[in-house]
Design a protein around this ligand. Structure first.
Ligand SMILES: [Zn+2]
Length: 100
């Protein structure tokens, strides 16, 4: 498993599937890794579950507040990033969340 610094993505293989970068490196414990993208409707609940499990999650709105206000907040999506050290745990939480 390698890490793309551009996309903050854990990558299988030697090429990032998102940006095509080959400049991948071994993930460090403190690297923030892309976990998932959720509609705002679900994002709050997932964030809470992750925090309950002690995952230091960071979220980023894809559109940003200005654009979301114009085209409607229902279109807004939230990206979740978690430290590599918490990634496995976060995946489990995400799986349980999706199964509900
Ligand atoms: Zn990339």
């Amino acid at each position: 498993m390698l890490y793309c610094l551009n996309c903050r993505l854990l990558v299988e293989g030697s090429l990032c599937p998102v940006c095509g970068s080959k400049k991948l490196r071994q993930p460090e414990q403190t690297d923030y890794c892309f976990l998932t993208e959720q509609n705002t409707i679900w994002a709050g609940a997932l964030e809470e579950l992750l925090r309950q499990d002690g995952v230091a999650v960071v979220t980023q709105n894809v559109l940003g507040a200005g654009l979301a206000a114009r085209i409607g907040p229902a279109q807004e999506k939230v990206r979740f990033y978690v430290p590599f050290s918490d990634f496995e745990k976060a995946l489990e939480v995400k799986k349980e969340f999706a199964a509900e």
